[in-house]
Design a protein around this ligand. Structure first.
Ligand SMILES: Nc1ncnc2c1ncn2[C@@H]1O[C@H](COP(=O)(O)OP(=O)(O)OP(=O)(O)O)[C@@H](O)[C@H]1O
Ligand SMILES: [Mg+2]
Length: 291
């Protein structure tokens, strides 16, 4: 396997994706930057497609950094013994690096030792949408040297920023109020996933949401814990509990009424994936406040 070519293409792809989007600076950037100032591994976690890779890349700007994305079929067979070869490929490509992003690293069993070694000489970011990367699940080698940050889809504030709508405590009392309220309605309807926010029309938005839904929620439903949670959720709504319409209705209710979390909603019910978050958190833009 020509690792050098793979990592070069992966970086090219990331830069290409970013050049196609108008990038919104994420509110979690300052938290991420201060977490990186310690000699710890920073784990950027969150639901699929919420912007983890782009966010990690934003944090790396200004550094001579290397990027490896393990969510790539060419790297599916990579084992811990291959990680040094991948690192060498980054050195061959960039020379000395002082920052490394290991995207979706949880796919490599025993990655923690590798990250722990790198952490001594570089800033290290690992990303993933799997709860096995949460601090409490992490192997002992990294305990106390590991911080995690939870990414969410765009908060309402980030969403307004993307749409160039100014939002200040006073603007809500001015003529701008109408556009803020209309934007809020759209936000509640479609959510804050960056690609959905940027979609050109309703059909595209719907297609993306259906795809996310299949990737995220069907995977949850297949897990025994997810089946239990889905059964319990059926009692709460007339619509099919896992239809996009139902999720959005549920989400809207959460924004409007913010009910306390139910017992069956605890995170332990859904150990391997992130499910949808209480909308109060993205609305307030405070990473880390999931259900
Ligand atoms: N800050 C941002 N501003 C504008 N667009 C963004 C931003 N972050 C992400 N996007 C858009 O959303 C898409 C998904 O972002 P990204 O690949 O970073 O998500 P992810 O959480 O890493 O996804 P996955 O779980 O598939 O790895 C990107 O292709 C980009 O188009
Ligand atoms: Mg990613």
């Amino acid at each position: 396997m020509n690792f050098k070519r793979v990592v070069a293409e992966q970086l090219e792809e990331l830069v290409e994706i970013e050049s196609r989007s108008r990038l919104v600076p994420r509110e979690a950037l300052s938290t991420g930057k201060s977490a990186l100032s310690a000699p710890n591994v920073l784990a950027v976690l969150g639901v699929r497609r919420c912007g983890k890779s782009v966010f990690s890349h934003m944090l790396a700007k200004g550094y001579n950094f290397g990027y490896i994305n393990f969510d790539d079929e060419r790297l599916f067979d990579v084992k811990t013994k291959d990680l040094d070869d991948l690192l060498q490929a980054l050195y061959d490509l960039h020379g000395k690096i002082d920052f490394i992003i290991l995207d979706e690293i949880q796919k490599v069993l025993g990655w923690e030792l590798f990250a722990n070694r790198l952490r001594r000489t570089k800033r290290v970011i690992v990303t993933g949408s799997n709860s096995k990367l949460l601090g409490r699940e992490i192997a002992t080698e990294l305990r106390g040297r590991y911080e995690d940050i939870l990414m969410l889809p765009f908060s309402f504030r980030e969403y307004l920023r993307y749409r160039d709508i100014s939002f200040t405590p006073t603007s809500i009392r001015t003529a701008a109020r109408g556009s803020i309220v209309a934007a809020f309605d759209d936000y509640i309807r479609h959510g804050g996933f960056p690609e959905v926010v940027m979609a050109r029309n309703e059909a595209e938005r719907r297609k993306l949401l259906q795809n996310y839904f299949k990737t995220i929620f069907f995977a949850i439903r297949e897990a025994p814990e997810g089946q239990r949670a889905a059964r319990q959720q059926t009692h709460h709504r007339e619509l099919s509990p896992l239809s996009p319409g139902s999720i959005f209705c549920h989400r809207k209710r959460e924004v409007l009424f913010l009910p306390p979390p139910q017992d069956h909603e605890s995170e332990k019910d859904l150990p391997d994936r992130y499910r949808f978050c209480r909308a109060g958190a993205p609305f307030c833009g405070k990473p880390g406040e999931d259900t």
